[in-house]
Design a protein around this ligand. Structure first.
Ligand SMILES: Cc1cc2nc3c(=O)[nH]c(=O)nc-3n(C[C@H](O)[C@H](O)[C@H](O)COP(=O)(O)OP(=O)(O)OC[C@H]3O[C@@H](n4cnc5c(N)ncnc54)[C@H](O)[C@@H]3O)c2cc1C
Length: 457
């Protein structure tokens, strides 16, 4: 429990209206997209780096746990203040500080919403490639701390590929600046990268210098439908295997297709077993050629129907369905668990077959979607955590799904992070010495373990 003494110190550095201790504010910051909750003692809303620094100085002196928070859309429990203490909510630090197209960078505060950055870049014909499906609400700080991916990360890479520099407040309150504004910079180690994917366990990102990319001249979208999910998966392997890298290649199974159609009526065929949603982008002359090659592979893998979007409105409608998936899955049951097991692309068919077998064995409801082009699958489980017997079967199934991913040469998370959800499985994916190395880093940077304690590090 946070002491009155700590609270009065905080009131000296932060406008009292930016320190919330009422039950509603605490409860509103006690959960994210995972199934566990943890109520903080107080929520603070700094507006500048110096305030973050002073908050951390006080927290460090008084040994108060601090959990950074953006939009709270994390799916692995990383934003849950498991040990109480302070939630440090960065949504009020939401300024786009500078956009420099000629130098290919944008400087932003951590609370900038991904979509707002995209909107600011669009008239300049630039974009920021990481596009998590939560992009309309999730923050750049959260994207960095989770090393977020998204559909078009297949071609363009994930968040860590776009970090040029970071300003970080350490647990002691010290402010450090890592990297620079240069797209090439090999000054010493690359410590900015260490904070990318660190899930708020090493420092608070208070400003980021991001690499931005010129918008491709042309884009085409195709929806490819299959009577067999295995054929859907095999097409992904064929396309990537010959060196065609679409901008995005998303897979959805029959359950997901029907849920989207129930909710949105966008004309998806209800009777197919799998859909691939494919985007290609680049020069006008190359996109049609690339799409034609993909269509050829789709036909060779028994595609039943292929629809190419003729207008950007048609393409946006197809993507709207895909981007709404988590919302529509929530209509199926009180609890939706979105897993994040990732395998090498060639193992996607085996992974999908294996997940379905595991679901059948444990009698649970599982659907499959994911950024198939980079092997990042999201087996989704619909359940009700109040049903203890089912909850136990779900737990067993999840364990088996991750073991399967590891056995196939995959990993525990492609983009949602380890958080609370996957901490127990860490020994499956990392040996003792390698886990010890993570602990050494954590102890060196946050010696009192006040930053997001109880999580993976
Ligand atoms: C509908 C839906 C779709 C999603 N789709 C995708 C997807 O396609 N790809 C993907 O990668 N993820 C996806 N996610 C997961 C989630 O949106 C991302 O991880 C996102 O990056 C989290 O951003 P946030 O602002 O919500 O961060 P939060 O959830 O608030 O925080 C996430 C983690 O970052 C830490 N953190 C937040 N801000 C800072 C900061 N400034 N400094 C240090 N640490 C910080 C927190 O402590 C926490 O550990 C999805 C989630 C939902 C609900």
């Amino acid at each position: 429990m946070i002491s009155n003494k700590t609270l009065s110190k905080l009131r000296k550095v932060l406008d009292p209206g930016r320190i919330k201790t009422d039950a509603i504010s605490r409860s509103a910051h006690s959960f994210d997209g995972y199934v566990v909750e943890g109520v903080p003692d107080a929520v603070v809303f700094p507006t500048k780096t110096e305030e973050v620094s002073k908050i951390m100085e006080i927290a460090s002196m008084d040994r108060v746990p601090v959990t950074a928070r953006g939009a709270g859309t994390n799916l692995s429990g990383g934003s849950i203040p498991l040990k109480g203490g302070l939630v440090l909510c960065l949504t009020q630090m939401n300024k786009i500080v500078e956009i420099a197209p000629a130098d290919r960078y944008a400087i932003v505060e951590p609370g900038v919403v991904n979509a707002d950055l995209q909107q600011a870049l669009s008239p300049l014909n630039f974009f920021f490639p990481p596009d998590p499906s939560s992009y309309s609400v999730s923050t750049i700080g959260g994207n960095i701390a989770e090393d977020a991916g998204g559909p078009r990360c297949l071609k363009y890479g994930v968040t860590h590929d776009y970090i040029l520099g970071l300003e970080v407040v350490l647990s002691s309150g010290k402010i450090i600046r890592l990297g620079s504004r240069n797209v090439k910079d090999v000054t010493g180690y690359r410590p900015a990268g260490l904070f990318c994917g660190s899930e708020g366990t090493l420092g608070i990102v208070t400003e980021a210098t991001l690499k931005i990319v010129p918008m491709p001249k042309a884009r085409r979208t195709a929806m490819i439908c299959y009577a067999d999910l295995d054929d859907t998966a095999k097409t992904v392997v064929s396309v990537i295997g010959v060196g065609i890298i679409p901008a995005a290649m998303e897979l959805m199974d029959n359950t997901v297709i029907n849920l989207i159609e129930d909710a949105m009526q966008i004309g998806l065929p209800r009777d197919v077993e799998g859909i691939l949603l494919v985007d290609v982008d680049g020069a006008e002359e190359s996109v049609d050629k690339e799409l034609a090659q993909i269509v050829e592979f789709a036909r060779a893998n028994n595609a039943k129907e292929i629809k190419v979007a003729n207008t950007s409105a048609e393409s946006d409608a197809l993507w709207k369905g895909r981007r709404s998936v988590y919302g529509v899955l929530n209509r199926l049951s009180p609890t939706t668990i979105v897993e994040d097991a990732t395998v090498p692309v060639s193992k996607i068919p085996a992974m999908i077959r294996g997940c379905r077998g595991i679901a059948h064995k444990h009698s649970i409801t599982l659907s499959i979607l994911g950024h198939a082009g980079d092997g990042n699958l999201h087996p989704c489980i619909n359940t009700d955590t109040r049903d203890k017997s089912e909850a136990h079967r779900v737990e067993e199934a999840i364990k088996e799904i991750f073991q399967l991913a590891i056995d196939l040469g995959g990993c525990l998370s492609g983009e949602h992070g380890i958080g609370l959800a996957k901490s127990p499985f860490l020994p499956m994916g990392m040996d003792t010495d390698s886990r010890e190395f993570l602990s050494i880093i954590k102890k060196a940077i946050d010696p009192c373990n006040i930053l997001n304690p109880g999580k993976f590090a």
